[in-house]
Write a protein that binds this ligand. Sequence first.
Ligand SMILES: Nc1nc2c(ncn2[C@@H]2O[C@H](COP(=O)(O)OP(=O)(O)O)[C@@H](O)[C@H]2O)c(=O)[nH]1
Ligand SMILES: [Mg+2]
Length: 325
Amino acid sequence: MSTVASGMVDLSVVVPLYNETASLPTLYEHLREVLQRLGLTYEIVFVDDGSTDGSSALLLDLAAKDPTVTLVAFRRNFGKAAALSSGFRHARGQTIVTMDADLQDDPKEIPRFLDKLRDGCDLVTGWKHPRRDPFSKTFPSRVINTLVNWVAGTSLHDMNCGFKAYRREVVDALHLYGGRHRYIPLLATQIGFNVGEIAIRHHPRKFGRSKYRFSQRWPALFDLVSLLFLTRFNRKPLHLLGGLGVSAFGIGLGLCVYLSWIRLFQGEFIGHRPLLLLGVILMILGVQLFSFGLLAEMLTSFHHVDSDEHVRAIVRGGRRVEETP
Ligand SMILES: Nc1nc2c(ncn2[C@@H]2O[C@H](COP(=O)(O)OP(=O)(O)O)[C@@H](O)[C@H]2O)c(=O)[nH]1
Ligand SMILES: [Mg+2]
């Protein structure tokens, strides 16, 4: 049973890609084989992120021949987060699976993802195990995973795995941009969704070359810091900036009071003491941090909209009157 013309389908497979022309025909065949056996209505959404190797023409041809294929083509390369975000917006599935286009992810694993969703997860992330990538890639990703698990209290092995399955309400709640696609499980956890993980087969790359760059690692850490700040303090920035500001001001004031005491009661000249400079700088920094916090609170109040984005279910008179799909 294949897909319907328009309207919702049971399952969307979203594939973000950049210059993967050699892998696409095989990927399409393997995907179709698996999806046709699932007994669900389905679609494949390819998001071509400004490829220059002929991927677009190939996908255009596929979309013309097969009504289950949707092509979302970008004008130029905008990055994986933008591609995923656009893919989610054009996906019509109640369930969404994302996977890489380079044949390193195996479509045969899709039924296992769906089983794990049925067991009560809202999002299931793959754990490439054993991982078929060089040490220069596995080591940094292990470090980042450990760091994220430590700060977020999660216990995932492969946060950035491209192979994931989502219930629709998760993708509708995610705001992906910049480097946030690396931390989707963390984002979903922070907004209260139930995240699970399955160990999956991982194949070495057959065609083309990896777009992974070691230099991406440092910005990935900055993305993590901004994400943690935004998920924890986006509604109450003064709690963090105010706290830091008051601490800095307090320490600075303490230093200045101590030095004033030395000057007044011990008659020692303090003008040359570096401690005085530190005290004054800390007081100025404290005032600045606190003012930033107030400014951020003002911005938050401008943008705050009351919504039900946190709500899973509403029960009235013993009956669920509203439940997110
Ligand atoms: N949309 C989009 N997809 C990308 C981009 N860079 C890589 N990808 C896709 O993301 C997947 C994983 O990328 P890859 O280079 O294989 O990374 P690796 O598996 O970590 O070495 C592949 O399907 C790529 O086509 C990008 O800038 N935009
Ligand atoms: Mg790859």
